[in-house]
Design a protein around this ligand. Sequence first.
Ligand code: HEM
Length: 221
Amino acid sequence: MDATATVTPFSTLIRTASHEQHTEAETSTFMSDLLGGRLGVDAYTRYTEQLWFVYRALEEGSEALRDDPVAGPFIQPELMRSTELERDLAHLRGADWREGLEPLPATAAYAARVTECARTWPAGYIAHHYTRYLGDLSGGQIIRDKAEKTWGFERKGDGVRFYVFEEITNPAAFKRGYRELLDAVNADDLERQRIIEECKRAFALNTAVFRELGEVFPLSA
Ligand code: HEM
């Protein structure tokens, strides 16, 4: 019998390992209130601002990683979100959207960790890449639908462009391809374990942002 037949693919390991934290992020008070239609468009705007800081770190960092033997295969232009976030922010905040824009402390910490990984640990960068982009291609579509209905954005238009991957016509096929990249990642078992740990950290960093957003937009206010 093939000795490798029972080895669990890395894409399965990373999904399983982060499952609990996924549920935690998904059911966080802020996310539940936002998707439950209980918060105003100001909360959605503030959340989108935080995403911009995170994706700026992810995507500025990605330039130098294009030819990296470990992270390089994951850098795909069709995933890039900064331009879409900037269009959404121009719609939500106006043409001078950048003025006075500051990250929440948790967002600054998250973006700093992404930048640190991009500069010093390409395998760790993959954990952040996976946590955001695969999530956006999955649950992100549920968020878009809710946002359109709750705050009246045009379907797939300004305000929700972040969730629209124009160049990915078949997300399910894209995700399959992405999982194949994960399975083939150029890293030994120990390094794969470290990537999984970094993925858990990425989820925790997201949850911390939700927590701070929840403090800014308490339902009782
Ligand atoms: C209310 C918010 C959320 C909803 C409704 C949601 C929903 C989903 C759903 C339905 C899937 C499964 C898709 C599939 O099997 O192909 C998924 C996958 C995923 N989500 Fe979320 N999600 C949410 C929040 C998040 C957050 C905050 C993160 C992390 C920042 C995240 C990261 C991921 C990742 C990485 C996957 C891919 C798992 C894999 O197949 O390897 N999600 N999400």
